[in-house]
Design a protein around this ligand. Structure first.
Ligand code: KG4
Ligand code: ZN
Length: 341
């Protein structure tokens, strides 16, 4: 099946052509530079960028895949969760295309797509569901931190999620407190590589609690107080790197410990991770060593598929069409608050 997918839930306009599990193209136009000036995503600006970009990005995806519009057999788009007006652009454009072509349309949950992105591997990327095994999946993005038990393909249950700030949000807010450019996550990752992770002991929120939830607001607040007490650290490159490494270590230890603990409790043999924060080198290394120690197999989404992209939307949409064939009505609405259950 040849399918076009569109993703516009936040600050990336993306289109992808997927054919029989192979991601033939995955074009992403990121708005990071535009929003950096404001220190965070400005919804109105994001919407205007999606309006401007969805058509050229879609054309580029078709061109890169060598596919004509007339070759498409299905259309998919992110239906939620996300910024309402941003979602609307890609979702309604995709519905209009499905209407014009008289082809089936699938609205996809953005987080469910992240959930299966670790199974897309290789170059060119291809979905490898032949080796699928039940797993505990960590989704860590700018807006969400979630642990999900994926019992079988297209069958999952959310174990826990963030009670306040998500891990990516914590990286970004701490970055802002330190005066680093937006988004703080990649900057902290870079500076932490040259710092000492044991220089400062920041809290590991909910680490010892017997649940699968996360909470990072307290960690952010403790970094704020710490910096208020020690303002000179911000002007000392070496000391700043130590703070970055220590904050990162607190976030990573919390994520890794809770993920592996859930996998062992549920008796699954596999752990997966996806979402923007999965780009973080310390998180990747931490999951690798913990999984090795506990004899769990590990699938990390490839870096280019960690951040938002339409390739993962297309792979899941095709899977859904092949398993049961549920489609979404052409007058269906976006679901900005559609959280995984
Ligand atoms: O999944 P994503 O692209 O967008 C959302 O759906 O939110 O994730 C973006 C988040 C941002 O918070 C960003 O700071 C974080 O992922 N991020 C990182 C790294 N790369 C991106 N956080 C830590 N280390 C990184 N290397
Ligand atoms: Zn995302």
């Amino acid at each position: 099946m040849t399918l076009l997918a569109v993703e516009t839930s936040c600050d990336e306009t993306s289109a992808s052509v997927v054919r029989d599990g192979a991601v033939l193209s995955n074009v992403v136009s990121s708005q990071i530079k535009l929003h950096a000036e404001y220190g965070g995503v400005v919804p109105e600006l994001a919407t205007r960028e999606h309006l401007r970009n969805w058509q050229p990005v879609t054309e580029a995806a078709l061109r890169a895949a060598g596919i004509a519009v007339a070759d498409l057999e299905a259309i998919a788009a992110t239906q939620g969760p996300g910024l309402p007006n941003a979602l609307m652009i890609g979702f309604k454009a995709a519905q209009a295309l499905a209407f014009a072509l008289s082809k089936p349309f699938v609205g996809v949950n953005h987080h469910e797509a992240h959930l299966y992105s670790p199974w897309i591997t290789g170059q060119p990327p291809r979905a490898d569901f032949k080796h699928f095994e039940p797993n505990v999946s960590l989704i860590v993005s700018g807006g969400h931190t979630m642990l999900v038990h994926v019992r079988a393909e297209l069958d999952h249950i959310v174990l826990g999620s963030t009670l306040d700030d998500a891990a990516g949000e914590c990286f970004d807010k701490v970055g802002k407190l330190m005066g680093l450019p937006y988004p703080g996550g990649p900057e902290l990752d870079r500076l932490a590589a040259e710092g000492s992770a044991t220089a400062h002991d920041f809290p590991r929120p909910l680490l010892r609690e017997a649940n699968d939830d996360f909470s990072f607001a307290g960690l952010k607040t403790s970094v704020r107080y710490f910096l208020q007490k020690n303002p000179a650290l911000l002007d000392d490159g070496r000391a700043l790197r130590d703070v970055c490494a220590s904050v990162q270590a607190a976030i990573v230890e919390t994520l890794v410990t809770k993920t592996v603990r859930a996998a062992r409790r549920l008796g699954v043999g596999c752990v997966t991770a996806s979402g923007g924060v999965t780009c973080n080198r310390a998180l990747r290394a931490g999951l690798e060593s913990a999984c090795r120690r506990h004899r769990l197999s590990l699938r990390l989404a490839e870096r280019s598929l960690c951040t938002d992209n339409a390739g993962m939307i297309g792979v899941l949409a095709e899977r859904k069409l092949l398993h049961g064939g549920t489609t979404t009505l052409l007058d269906a609405e976006i679901e900005p608050g559609w959280h995984l259950a």
